[in-house]
Design a binder for this molecule. Structure first.
Ligand code: IPM
Ligand code: MG
Length: 361
């Protein structure tokens, strides 16, 4: 297969983890005889330096001409005081909406080798964690009307949570389709006891569920869901939720699996095109020090092979190389514990790469 990828390394640890992910992609391409072409593009702080804006037109064009996008992370303290529409984070939101990537899949899995890194009580961790957060990605509060005005209480500001039935329907379909391939359970998370947007959200989830009689559905309010995630995460299979609740709950889900440095994500639309990125941020405090965990970026590459190119052996080769490397005791600082072998970003990448090249179907 010939695969054209756009690569956006971004800021902070983005370039380091992306470089390891690309090594793994090349290794998998070599092992399974694919031809990969890479085109680099700038976004986030890196683009502000070069073009004066976080998401230049050229970057969107490069992405649109590619089969998929590999992204590192954006943001950093240098840009923290810029106005909202000039900040590096705008690039992420702009990429998601201009590429039509409304469905964000964030799997949170507790690897057996890392059960010691789970901050929950051992009797809870022991029951296992294998959750797929399906987060709506191009609607809701992050994209709704916003602004500021003077009031008699002084300066005021607002953001709007707005969802159309169609936006809810298409993300619901993603969640149910994903559940069919998993444990066939969907939990809808909303705040229908308070928000009108959540009441419409829930109605559409319920009507979409009619088409999936084999999948069981339950509903939780977002505050309760946050609590249930730490009380008993084994109760969840697929969680479907709004942009904002998904942002919050996916960070929580990542932490209970040991480290946010482990979790990949896929952002998808209606075609096979996708954008793949670790869910962690740019971590400027450890950037350039060979300390970052590249596993989230590497597992994002595995998701790319599976979701955009239907290459499941390639994905499995990467995932099993990660598992093997962890089982052999190798750990970056974020997941290190007594008695394990401490390695840096590059060493972790090389060990996983070797596992991919040696992979036997
Ligand atoms: C994420 C991040 C982004 C988001 C930020 C950086 C804009 O937190 O991908 O979860 O809120 O979506
Ligand atoms: Mg987030």
């Amino acid at each position: 297969m010939k695969i054209n990828l756009a690569v956006i390394p971004g800021d902070g640890i983005g370039p380091e983890v992306t470089s390891e992910a690309l090594n793994i992609i090349k290794a998998a391409a070599g092992r399974f005889s694919h031809k990969i072409t890479l085109t680099e593009a700038a976004a986030g702080g890196a683009a502000i330096g070069k073009y004066g804006e976080p998401l230049p037109r050229e970057t969107i064009d490069i992405c649109k001409q590619s089969d998929s996008v590999i992204l590192g992370a954006v943001g950093g303290w240098q840009w923290d005081n810029l106005p909202g529409d000039k900040r590096p984070e705008r690039a992420l939101l702009g990429l998601r909406s201009s590429l039509g990537l409304y469905a964000n899949l964030r799997p949170a899995v507790l690897h057996a080798a890392l059960s010691g890194a789970c901050p929950l009580r051992p009797d809870i961790a022991q029951k296992g964690i294998n959750i797929m957060v399906v987060r709506e990605l191009t609607g809701g509060m992050y994209f709704g009307d916003k602004g500021r005005k003077r009031t008699d209480m002084g300066e005021a500001a607002w953001d709007t949570e707005l969802y159309s039935a169609e936006e809810v329907r298409r993300i619901a379909v993603r969640a149910f389709e994903s559940a069919i391939k998993r444990d066939k359970r969907v939990t809808n998370v909303d705040k229908a006891n308070v928000l009108e947007s959540s009441r419409l959200w829930r109605e559409v989830i319920l009507s979409t569920a009619q088409n999936y009689p084999g999948v069981s559905l339950n509903h939780l309010y977002a505050d309760n869901a946050a609590m249930q995630l730490v009380r008993d995460p084994s109760q969840f299979d697929v969680i479907v939720t709004t942009n904002m609740f998904g942002d919050i709950l996916s960070d929580e889900a990542s932490q209970i699996t040991g480290s946010i440095g482990m979790l990949p994500s896929a952002s998808l639309g209606d075609s096979n095109f996708g954008m793949y990125e670790p869910i962690h941020g740019s971590a400027p405090d450890i950037a350039g020090k060979n300390l970052a965990n590249p596993i989230a970026a590497i597992l994002s590459a595995a998701m790319m092979f599976r979701h955009s190119f239907a290459l499941s052996s390639e994905a499995a080769a990467i995932e099993s190389a990660v598992t093997q490397t962890l089982e052999a005791g190798y750990r970056t600082a974020d997941i290190y514990s007594e008695g394990m072998k401490h390695v840096g970003t590059k060493e972790m990448g090389s060990l996983i790469k070797k596992g991919v090249m040696d992979f036997a179907d």
